[in-house]
Design a protein around this ligand. Structure first.
Ligand code: C2E
Ligand code: CA
Ligand code: CA
Length: 435
């Protein structure tokens, strides 16, 4: 009996294991085929298990899995099978379905009731799950296919924001394959050095001189050509690739700026975009410190661009990190200013140097819309009253420059000056700008 148990049941939870689930599904398919019935496979994956495991330890993780296993067992009918598929994944076999609404009700009950009031080591945990469902006969006629498709539907639930269920739809596998191949390509890109940087000049409106540049990343994909950041940065964030990528970018930019300083362009400030994950999940202070040390760049000539929403994610921590960076001499700029919370009371507390007015306000300056003119004007005033530099980005026309000059904006960046350039072309521009 002991050996039988080990071969068919999960040791931790006592649930059916993968092998036995597969077997039961096989028989259920045969039965459903003979009786013209519909059966369903549910694939359930906890959304935040890794967090529990990492922050509270493995034994807490095991307790959580056991609690979930018991609750799942409690909410299905006698003929249904719940299995521990692996890790924090469970599968459920519902051998005879009369109405889809029955499955929907079960999913709702699992998501709304079965994951609430979970207390482990005195701490109440907010656990959610993503569920995918496939049906026999329409989604597959064998166990592997049904499970694979339920898994695909579960991924859809994750993609749509987690804590929900979805039925399988045929186009899901294509999307998932595409996504997986994109992710793989992105990981290889780091190793194969397919990322490049381009540099967009920032000029002082009064002197007309180049005072610095913003570094912008590109992916030079062998298959897809040159990709703009919006195509891959979000996925780089989700997969954590942004951490090594972001570190590489900071290092590259510091080295390059130092090399320009050595050539005599020694007032040039380099601005680098920092994403939320990079800011909170890597040791950004340490990374910047290393980049400064390795390049020997004067830290006053490195500026980090962060959006308001990043800062607002965790104000306390953001202020602490800012203070560390300021101690080093690094500058901080608020990107896309005006689009986020624009919380003025917080703005005072942040040790920042520069506000970057969002493009959307600048593009509307041409259209003579009073609101945007007023906002741009107010932002410039506000920045100056707080003792900050103000830069306008996305400046494309002479008319916009006129407005910005009139309101005493300090600097501009945009196509009217130059598109982002590779380093050779940027250096040519620096050379021309000298006189
Ligand atoms: P952002 O920081 O707001 O960057 C400004 C974007 O506006 C850049 O697009 C730039 O090429 C574009 N732009 C510049 N001048 C003009 C103009 O006159 N008119 C118009 N219509 N657009 C202009 P890009 O390079 O595609 O970057 C898009 C976003 O990707 C950036 O927005 C930034 O949020 C993110 N990003 C870029 N590089 C990096 C990076 O190295 N790390 C991280 N974490 N994010 C990056
Ligand atoms: Ca930026
Ligand atoms: Ca921006």
């Amino acid at each position: 009996i002991q050996i039988h148990k080990q071969a068919h049941y999960d040791q931790l939870t006592g649930l059916t294991n993968k092998a036995l689930f597969h077997d039961r599904l096989d028989h259920a398919i045969e039965h459903a085929r003979r009786h013209d019935e519909v059966l369903a496979v549910m694939f359930i994956d906890l959304d935040n298990f890794k967090y529990v495991n990492d922050s509270m330890g493995h034994s807490a993780g095991d307790k959580l899995i056991t609690i979930i296993a018991n609750r799942l067992k409690d909410c299905v009918r006698k003929g249904d099978t719940v299995s521990r598929w692996g890790g924090d994944e469970f599968t459920v076999l519902l051998p005879s379905i009369k109405r889809l609404s029955g499955i929907y009700k079960l999913c709702t009950r699992i998501l709304n009731e079965k994951f609430s009031n979970i207390v482990i080591e005195g701490q109440e945990l907010r656990i959610t799950a993503s569920i995918g469902i496939s049906l026999f006969p329409q989604d597959g006629d064998n166990p592997d296919k049904l499970i694979k498709n339920a898994d695909a539907a579960m991924y859809k639930s994750k993609d749509m924001g987690k804590n929900q269920y979805n039925l399988y739809k045929p186009q899901m596998n294509d999307k998932i394959l595409e996504r997986i191949s994109f992710e793989n390509g992105l990981f290889k890109a780091m190793k194969n050095e397919e990322f490049t940087l381009v540099y967009q000049p920032q000029i002082d409106l009064e002197s007309n001189k180049i005072t610095g540049f913003e570094a912008l990343v590109r992916w030079n994909s062998p298959e897809k050509g040159v990709l703009a950041p919006y195509k891959f940065i979000p996925i780089a964030e989700e997969t954590n690739l942004i951490l090594p990528l972001g570190e590489w970018i900071i290092n590259e930019v510091c080295k390059l700026n130092q090399s320009w300083h050595k050539k005599g362009y020694n007032d040039l400030t380099a601005a680098v975009n920092i994403s939320a994950k990079q800011f909170f999940q890597s040791d950004i202070v340490e990374i910047v410190k290393n980049a400064i040390n390795n390049s020997k760049l004067n830290p006053n000539y490195l500026e980090l661009e962060l959006t308001e929403s990043i800062i607002m994610d965790d104000v306390e921590r953001a202020i602490n990190i800012f203070n560390e960076l300021k101690k080093m001499g690094v500058k901080i700029s608020i990107d896309d200013f005006g689009t986020g919370y624009s919380s003025l009371s917080y703005l005072k507390q942040f040790p920042i140097d520069c506000l970057k007015i969002d493009q959307s306000f600048i593009s509307n300056l041409t259209k003579d819309t009073i609101n945007d003119i007023t906002i741009a004007n107010l932002v410039i005033d506000l920045g100056h009253k707080l003792g900050l530099q103000v830069i306008a980005e996305g400046v494309e026309t002479k008319q916009q420059i006129n407005f910005l000059s009139k309101y005493a904006c300090d600097k501009i960046q945009g196509y009217i000056v130059s598109k982002p350039l590779n380093k050779v072309d940027f250096e040519k521009l620096l050379n021309k700008n000298k006189d």
